[in-house]
Design a protein around this ligand. Structure first.
Ligand code: NDP
Length: 441
């Protein structure tokens, strides 16, 4: 849409879905007659607000807060909160738009949304993060609710931030409600939720490999990022016998030819989650490994130059471009499974699909995170906590369902084996049909 032309990430996410669903629109004139496309790309509501807070020196700081309530045709708005200096309306609209289709694929009754702030938790004390979260929630609380809009974590929002946000919500609302997911285990959280996006991503990858009578066992893998999604992805890959040789953060990546085992992963988890350090510190402990600093001026990311069979981008959007894609292809990569939201540019996606690689888009492969958020809400509603095995079993079934749904939608519309087209069509049809049923609103 011309009026959003300057919202680059949002336009990218829209173009990605719209190019897949063209045959659906051609075959179903009702969608065009009822303005489904025009309505689905327009958020139902955008909330923008001031977030003032006091730093440790007593100085007033001001950030900008957002919540994009994109689509609630199949359930309450649901999607992450991102705290990162790069956050703007375009990035949050792309995340919210992705959530509309991803959440539909889970089969759980959840609409799509996203929010966050340009606040950077890096380098801030715990007290500063707490004061920021409290101020953020002092406005957000009036717009969300267990049956309205249920935020969760994303980049820069982990269990610490969810705790501070939930505490403030509870105080303001004077109710203990399942209004955020990713809560602590002893105050309404679900087992497996923190790991769900990464675990689900690896289950999805295993399903893709099975189609080619293969497994992840013995495969060499690159994983970008070292946050929530990356850590769980690596954990599951290790459990399934794969060998992960690299991880990264925004400062660069480490390469460990011997593989990152469970003990080394535990070191990374302490480094990133507790000490909040930089990934390069890995080489101080494991001196045989190397660290390569990130250089945004370079056309290619050196992380993607390593020769491996499987790639799991789990950091951020557009981290694999056309040059990176060609480098991976030349190195004989077999599979790309996205843990992050939109980590491949459109050009990179096209290259992977044209070359016949197994390629899974994030809206299908990382849907395990929001799926277990849905299960957390169910547990909150019935006031029960399921065992970890039970949640993981449900997650596995949901991921298999998403995998099979993508394949059958792709097949039905003449793109057999194309997970991107399949995910976009299956998610779109579910939401579009609900919008048709509910009239022009
Ligand atoms: P975290 O904040 O836990 O981790 C993010 C990781 O990515 C960190 O290692 C961070 O490095 C790195 N990173 C962030 N921005 C950049 C950048 N611009 N360039 C290079 N590296 C970067 O976030 P999550 O793991 O929760 O989220 C990662 C991705 O997964 C996002 O795309 C998110 O939308 C998606 N996702 C998350 C889900 C969840 O449940 N949390 C669910 C589904 C998808 P550093 O430490 O230096 O900042």
């Amino acid at each position: 849409q011309a009026r959003d032309a300057n919202e680059i990430e949002f336009m990218q996410a829209v173009s990605n879905v719209m190019s897949s669903v063209k045959p659906v629109l051609d075959q179903t004139p009702e969608y065009r007659h009822h303005g489904i496309v025009e309505r689905i790309v327009e958020p139902e509501r955008i909330i923008t607000f001031r977030v003032p807070w006091l730093d440790d020196g007593g100085r007033v700081r001001v950030n900008r807060g957002f919540r994009i309530e994109m689509n609630s045709a199949i359930g309450p708005y649901k999607g992450g909160l991102r705290f990162h200096p790069s956050v703007n309306q375009s990035i949050l609209k792309f995340l919210a738009f992705e959530h509309v289709f991803k959440n539909a694929l889970t089969t759980l009754p959840m609409g799509g949304g996203a929010g966050g702030s340009d606040f950077d938790p890096k380098g801030k004390s715990n007290d500063e993060v707490m004061r920021f979260c409290q101020s953020f929630m002092a406005e957000l609380f009036r717009h969300i609710g267990a049956n309205t809009d249920v935020p969760e974590g994303d980049i820069g929002v982990g269990s610490r931030e969810i705790g501070y946000l939930f505490g403030m919500y509870r105080k303001l609302d004077n109710r203990f409600a399942g209004v955020l997911t990713g809560k602590g285990l002893n105050w309404g959280g679900s087992l497996i939720r923190p790991e769900a996006a990464g675990l689900g991503c690896v289950y999805f990858a295993a399903q893709m490999m099975a189609r080619r009578n293969d497994t992840l066992e013995g495969k060499t893998c690159l994983v970008s990022g070292s946050g929530n999604v990356a850590q769980a992805t690596v954990r599951k890959l290790i459990e399934l016998g794969a060998k992960v040789v690299a991880m990264s953060d925004s400062s660069g990546h480490i390469y460990d030819e011997e593989g990152i085992d469970a003990e080394k992963l535990a070191f990374i988890q302490r480094l990133k989650n507790i000490r909040r350090g930089r990934i390069g510190e890995y080489t101080e402990k494991y001196s045989h490994a190397s660290f390569t600093a990130a250089d945004p001026a370079q056309e290619e990311n050196p992380l993607w130059r390593h020769r491996v069979q499987c790639v799991f981008p789990c950091a951020t959007q557009n981290e694999i471009n056309k040059a990176d894609a060609y480098r991976l292809i030349n190195n004989n990569v077999k599979m790309i499974c996205e843990g992050a939201s939109m980590p491949c540019t459109e050009e990179a996606q096209e290259i992977f699909i044209d070359k016949g690689l197994l390629y899974a888009p994030g809206k299908a492969a990382n849907a395990g995170g929001v799926a277990v958020s849905g299960l957390e809400l169910t547990q909150n509603s019935i006031r029960l906590s399921w065992l970890g095995e039970e949640v993981e079993q449900r997650l596995k079934i949901i991921m298999k369902g998403i995998h099979d749904t993508c394949l059958s939608a792709a097949e039905a519309y003449g793109h057999p084996g194309n997970y991107l087209v399949g995910a976009n069509i299956a998610g779109f049809v579910k939401v579009a049909d609900a919008m048709l049923d509910q009239g022009v609103i």
